[in-house]
Design a protein. Sequence first.
Length: 450
Amino acid sequence: MTILILTMRKTSLFLFVNLILLSCHSQITIEDNKKVIEKNLKKITPALEYFFSDCLTNKDCDDCVNALISIAKNEYQEYLIGGALYSIAPKASYELHKSAYEKKTNELKFNLEYAIESHRIGDYDTAIKHYEIYKTTNDTDYRIDVWLSECYLNIDNHSKAIEHWKKANHSKNHTGIDKAIHIIHGKVDQIKKRSDLITKIKSKNTESAFELIFLDLNWELDWWNNNMQESFLEKDMVTIKKNFGDDSKEYIQTSAYNKIKHLSEKPGSTDSIKALLLNSKLIIDNNELPLNGRITSDLLRISFINKLLDEKEFFEKRGKEIIELADKHKNEELLNIFAYLESTVNGHVSEQTDKKGWYDYQSERFAISYFIGLADKNKYDNPDLKKALTDFPNSSKIHWVKLNCAKIEGKDIKPDLIRVMKKEFKTLGVNQNKYSYGLKNYFHMLENEM
């Protein structure tokens, strides 16, 4: 009896202490120190301006990042610099936002950024905790509900995931929802990639010269927009000229592509584009293809649009040449050119081409094309489908094929539906326009399965 009483007293004491701690935690006042943030932003603005306008253009990316991090004198500056590095150096951004939060846990925006950073690395429990803190003072920010929805989905709390998806109100906020998902899963490697390509060019790496100019001319702003990075282009063309010479194929072909790409944005430029291709001895009049598959693909696209080439005639004359070059260099973009021409001329991409791209080139888009070609012949237990999901485990579009088969064949769709949804949040890959309507439909299906 005495032991039981002591045990009850200890339990009561434990609960009492926890209630006190919970009460203390709930009384923490969340602060939104906008003026302090503005004051610190003003202090570091010259360093930020130098970082973006000069350093990243002219110097090594890692050196620029480290130099910027070194100027942070307090948690507010860590928070601001973390934001500046968000799409350039994700690991550094995470560490800065985590440090800022740990130094001042009741700062509203620190909680939000730490939640976002945790979300991106897959620490969903931490992300949920800090999104909820932020939401207590910003309940109308529907982005938080989008992010909470994905986090709850990934910890398999499906009812909460549905609840927050509904609160985000897709019918009213679909564009903002698309952008909110991009904030978490958008591309973060372009600046670093450019810096690495420049280093390789200085070692006379030909492929890097072409990849660099293609990157500069097709810079991804988000999943829906890209532009030309003029400040990078000017510097990078000089780098190619300096390292390869102005009479080199690297310089001649990238220079021609640069000029043609700009002309293609202007109406009435067909004659000028033709002249540049002829002067550079590229593509038309049976001239050689550029050394880079992606540049070749883009120049062919421009040539077809401007009626400088006919797809059928080009395929018949040079299709074999393209496939041989693709196989020689294992170049997915060259094979994709062949597939486009094959589809245009024959009305479809052959199974042989799709399997070549998938098996030999490890290309997800060719695997997707293969299953599209199968149409109603797709089966849930198809060994090819199993292989594709192993080869491309993050592909929501390939997993959608399995989900669709499950539905048609009367199987339990919920396990595959959840897997598709988790992948779709990361890519918005089911919709070719990268819109979140696929997710909207999946959430409706999930609710019906609950």
